[in-house]
Design a protein around this ligand. Structure first.
Ligand code: SF4
Length: 675
């Protein structure tokens, strides 16, 4: 049987897959995790959406798109263009992300577009842009990690989220920063490294303590600081006040461990500092990532072959999804929507007067909170995102969705959000469509069609193109390569410049990392070798200091809840919860609790508990874990309904990135009365 070379539908590692016409999945050029191996179960899944639904009833595409277009026209006429919102996703291909951004700005004329990447990547992106002048998750090829001697993983649980990546770290001593003893933390201990277990919300001060120890013990690279950075003196003025014993008092990590890790960082030859959601999903996430970047810069790591700083992007197209204009403040090529030159360039590619392009809109959490309120959007189109499970404070998100005049959801399966929609549009999934995805190292990869979508299903590009046509707009192609060629022109000269990347080059097997400005350019696997992307070529070190989490424990809510992932599920679980083999491993939510904490709450292992915050209640089965901090409980965020972790999370936002504080909120634990 013919096999088609494509990539896994899930995370940003984008492992290579062979997919056969009957939906059989095989590994291509490396390993797959359990999620990747079982992804074929999504093809031909009995719950697959195969016909448009209008108020729950099957209708034709003409009826569905006609209804949506009529409602959008009426709302826009009565309330203006910003009465319609668009919500995208970090799992959409580059082509979809691009066309969706253009559709919002040109066909709808709305500023109200954002996407779920705001929930997972925006703090790392903002910190990377500020420090280096460019945001690419790994500014070096991922294969560089094969030779690492020491890797610090700050808030990353890659042994569960992207297990094949662990193969690249097997020769390294690992240091894992995480309030939980995750499988990654276990590997750190086995590697001769350390598991540092801070109080949730105190990662920033731990990074300051490591910098303090590195400076005091003479591990700073002074020549690098002089030649390649500015701002160290201001950074040190803050870090000087965070000696390891003081850091230990605040975050609970032993001062001796801080000094040990600083010594390893100073003495190892090939060293990396990598952050992920644990460091980023805070109301001070940009500052926290900045603190880790400052540490890496002080040690002279970024831009030096065999060392570096990076952030481990989560969603499948988490990198490309934040480059092409589905973010509220952004135009394609990672251009800023308020920049007159960017507006002129993109306006010319789109054939519109730049003056007609809307300005920046609300960020994802603020957008969801404004739905149906006076002055807020009255309709929303959602592509590939399950906001009812993935957004913070999901109880109030349900209220806001219910307050809309029109909710339209394009999805593959009946996610919780799709089931709340007025109109559901069934779309093709990964092995049924063509396109490109940009992985965590900024390498653009081809997604290829191995089979036709089921009858009645359209691609997202066909849906966007069809809606634009219903609204009387031209210039919205549905053919992926045509969209990509337009994206190349729109990105030309921008930070993430794809102008030289073509389907032909990718299909010929070239490994192309952006920027790649011309068809004869080899791409840029390694950034910052000579200079950083600021006009002066220097990296900017920005002084940051400890900030308390937005919500601290008190007598009523004495515990800190943190959230994260498990091995067998991806994001909101809308796909993986429907794969029998994966659901059999983790069918329901659980709350990890230290045995002493469970005993104080009168709970035994396996009993149903209620985790209560100021915003809501999650019902989950108690899982007693002796290695967890007694002041902390952990909830996986892959489950919906009464088991949705985001019923309790805090929508407090980072002032710069507008990322919500998923990683810490105050809760109490009670015995569940019903389950
Ligand atoms: Fe690879 Fe991620 Fe897919 Fe697992 S989920 S197979 S790690 S791309």
């Amino acid at each position: 049987m013919t096999r088609t070379a494509t990539h896994c539908p899930y995370c940003a590692l984008q492992c290579g897959q062979w997919v056969s016409g009957d939906g059989t999945v095989d590994a291509r050029g490396g390993g797959l995790c359990q999620k990747g191996w079982t992804s074929g179960a999504l093809l031909g899944h009995p719950e697959r959406l195969t016909t448009p639904l209008l108020h729950g009833e099957p209708v034709s595409w003409d009826v569905a798109l006609g209804f949506v277009a009529d409602r959008l026209r009426a709302l826009r006429a009565e309330h203006g263009p910003d009465s319609v919102a668009v919500f995208g996703a970090g799992g959409l291909t580059n082509e979809k992300a691009y066309l969706l951004g253009k559709f919002a700005r040109v066909a709808l004329g709305t500023s109200q577009i954002d996407y779920n990447g705001r929930f997972c990547m925006s703090s790392a992106a903002a910190a990377g842009n500020r420090a280096f002048g460019v945001d690419r998750g790994l500014p070096f090829p991922i294969s560089d990690l094969d030779g690492a001697d020491l890797v610090v993983l700050a808030g990353a649980n890659v042994a569960e989220t992207m297990p094949p990546l662990m193969g690249r770290l097997q020769n390294a001593r690992l240091v894992v920063v995480d309030p939980r003893r995750t499988p990654t933390a276990e590997r750190a201990i086995a590697s001769g490294g350390l598991h540092l277990q801070p109080v949730p919300g105190t990662d920033l001060v731990l990074a300051l303590g490591l910098l303090h120890a590195a400076v005091v013990d003479g591990h700073v690279d002074s020549a690098y600081l002089d030649d390649r950075t500015n701002g160290f003196d201001d950074v040190w003025r803050v870090a000087a006040g965070w000696w390891p014993e003081r850091v230990e008092r605040l975050c609970g990590v032993p001062a001796a461990d801080i000094r040990t890790v600083a010594g390893w960082l100073g003495r190892s030859r090939r060293r990396y500092v990598l952050t992920a959601r644990g460091a980023e999903q805070h109301a001070h996430g940009v500052a926290t990532v900045t603190a880790w970047i400052n540490l890496a810069l002080a040690l002279g790591l970024p831009g030096r072959e065999g060392s570096g700083f990076g952030t481990i992007t989560g969603q499948g197209n988490g990198q490309g999804g934040r480059e092409h204009g589905q973010k509220s403040d952004q135009l394609p090529g990672y251009r800023h929507i308020s920049d007159p030159a960017a507006r002129a360039h993109v306006g010319a590619v789109w054939g519109v007067d730049p003056e007609t392009l809307p300005g920046p809109g609300r960020s994802a959490t603020e957008l969801l909170d404004a739905l149906g309120r006076p002055g807020g959007p009255k309709a929303m189109l959602v592509f590939g995102s399950n906001v009812l499970v993935s957004a913070p404070g999901s109880g109030s998100v349900a209220e806001r969705l219910a307050a809309l005049d029109l909710l339209v959801v394009a999805d593959v399966l009946p996610s919780e959000t799709a089931m709340a929609a007025d109109v559901v549009l069934p779309v093709a999934q990964w092995a049924e469509e063509e396109g490109t995805m940009t992985n965590l190292e900024g390498r653009v990869q081809r997604r290829r069609r191995a089979m036709s979508p089921p009858a009645g299903v359209r691609t997202d590009l066909q849906v966007i193109s069809g809606l634009a046509a219903e609204l009387g707009m031209k210039g919205f192609p549905a053919e992926p390569e045509s969209v990509f060629d337009e994206l190349r022109a729109a990105s030309a000269g921008g930070i993430s410049d794809y102008a030289g990347i073509t389907y032909e080059r990718l299909d010929a097997g070239e490994a192309l990392h952006w920027p790649c400005p011309t068809p004869d350019h080899p791409g840029t696997p390694r950034l910052f070798a000579e200079r950083f992307a600021h006009p002066d070529g220097l990296a900017r070190m920005v002084a940051v200091d400890h900030v308390e989490s937005a919500e601290l424990p008190d007598a009523e809510f004495p515990l800190r809840a943190t959230t994260g992932r498990v091995l067998v599920h991806y994001q909101s679980g809308a796909q993986t919860r429907r794969v029998a083999e994966l659901a059999a491993v983790a069918r329901e939510a659980f709350v990890e609790v230290h045995p002493d904490t469970a005993q104080r709450a009168g709970l035994d292992d396996g009993e149903w508990a209620e985790v209560v915050s100021r915003r809501g209640v999650v019902r989950a089965r108690v899982r007693c874990v002796g290695t967890l901090r007694p002041d902390t409980v952990f909830l996986p965020f892959h489950f919906g309904g009464l088991q949705s972790a985001n019923l309790v999370t805090n929508p407090a936002l980072d002032p710069t990135s507008r990322m919500p504080e998923f990683k810490v909120c105050a809760v109490r634990l009670e015995r569940a009365t019903v389950h």
